[in-house]
Design a binder for this molecule. Structure first.
Ligand code: PLP
Length: 401
């Protein structure tokens, strides 16, 4: 729940300022809006926070992926590497752009394995999308090195680790482009919303045009007379989202991430004595957003028993091997190529010459880890009684395996 737990008077204040002007659109209405440009300010403040040159607000994290792929000119005939452990949106965005998602194995970070990237390359590979799952980084520097060696574009999907970093550099700023999501469950929220991050002016311009019907946003002329270089679509963020984003961004480090880190440390300590437990590898523990705690048990049976006894003690865990939305070999509609297009595009596109494999055999490390690992979602707020109850449930579950 993260940022959604902290919605309060700061968010109300920001949203009220917008409602008082009556202008919900991020562009135009310069007189009526009385100097209030919430989306533009949110973009500025996020760019500063990320240490990136540009940030573009859009309607969702999924939209951000699509807009970034269009800016990068990834499309028909191209392959894009995506991790096997991922939220389905990344695969969908690649298909939306007309390209083919290539499932890639993970490593002990539970994120894309840089070595697997090399194994999955084909003459059609155009881009790599490392995803920083469950609050923590992929081996992003190694992945960028491999991509650089093979001339591939890197788009970081940082929907799940907003505020995370490696070596002090923010996740989402390592690749050519990065994206963030602010949906209701993400580290900070605007209800729905997303952002595209980049340091490159050419990519920013294309994203900016594409997300608003091709408008070049020339400040010298009114909206109706603006120039247009490419056809686009509508993925504009609105002022209410911008207002919420400003309030949430101010809470991100000191309240949201700090709160999660404290609670995660407590739970991790309580789990440390569980026989056979190993914790997810963190590339840079100092840059962990602590949204989730991931750990593995020696085998599936013990993981299941542990999960069951924890559940009886009121503690929920997620086994992503069974979860329907986060592990690609379990997606029957992807495996069946059931796109919304009755002709089967983009899989049947004659421009596409490659071959896809979404079988579990293609990702042996993911298949091993997914079935014997559990994740606990870390709350920002945790009452002392809740901590005690959790520690008790963990003790009981530990003695059951
Ligand atoms: C949530 C999520 C998205 C999509 O974000 P929305 O804002 O929900 O559209 C994309 N990628 C990953 C890894 C996500 O977790």
């Amino acid at each position: 729940m993260a940022g959604a737990e902290l919605i309060g008077k700061e968010e109300i204040q920001e949203v009220m300022e917008v409602l008082e002007t009556g202008v919900l659109m991020r562009y135009e209405f310069h007189e009526q809006r009385k100097g209030i440009y919430k989306v533009a300010r949110f973009e500025e403040e996020m760019a500063r926070y990320m240490g990136s040159r540009y940030a573009l607000g859009v309607t969702s994290g999924s939209a951000a992926l699509k807009v970034a792929l269009m800016a990068l000119d990834v499309g028909h005939g191209d392959e894009v590497l995506v991790p096997a452990f991922d939220f389905i949106a990344t695969y969908e965005a690649v298909l939306e752009a007309g390209a083919i998602p290539i499932m890639t194995d993970i490593d002990d970070t539970f994120n894309m394995d840089p070595k697997a990237v090399e194994e999955r390359l084909s003459p059609w590979t155009k881009a790599v999308i490392p995803v920083h799952m469950c609050g923590a980084a992929a081996r992003i520097e190694e992945i960028c090195d491999v991509a650089g060696k093979h001339n591939l574009l890197v788009l970081e999907d940082n929907a799940q680790a907003c505020g995370g970093s490696v070596g002090g550099k923010k996740l989402g700023t390592f690749g050519d482009m990065g994206i963030l999501s602010f949906d209701f469950f993400k580290t900070m929220t605007t209800g729905e919303g997303g952002m595209v991050i980049t340091n490159r002016k050419d990519l920013y311009d294309r994203a900016d045009w594409y997300h608003d019907h091709g408008h070049d946003h020339n400040p010298e002329v009114g909206r109706a007379l603006e120039g247009r270089a490419i056809l686009g679509f509508n993925y504009r963020m609105n002022e209410l989202q911008g207002a919420l984003g400003l309030a949430q961004l101010r809470k991100l480090d000191d309240l949201i991430i700090a709160g999660q880190r404290e609670n995660k440390a407590f739970i991790k300590e309580a789990l440390a004595g569980v026989p056979g437990i190993t914790f997810r590898t963190l590339v840079d523990p100092a840059g962990d957003t602590a949204t989730f705690l991931g750990f593995s048990l020696p085998d599936k049976e013990r993981a299941k028993t542990f999960q069951k006894v924890l559940k009886e003690g009121g503690v929920d865990t997620i086994c992503y091997g069974e979860n329907l939305w986060h592990y690609a070999p379990r997606w029957e509609h992807l495996i069946g190529r059931a796109t919304a297009n009755s002709k089967g595009y983009p899989f049947t596109n004659p421009l596409y010459k490659g071959k896809v494999d979404y079988s579990v055999e293609a990702v042996p490390k993911a298949e091993d880890l997914m079935n014997r690992s559990l994740f606990i979602a870390i709350p920002v707020k945790m009452a002392p009684e809740r901590k005690d109850a959790m520690a008790g449930a963990i003790k009981k579950a530990a003695s059951a395996i």
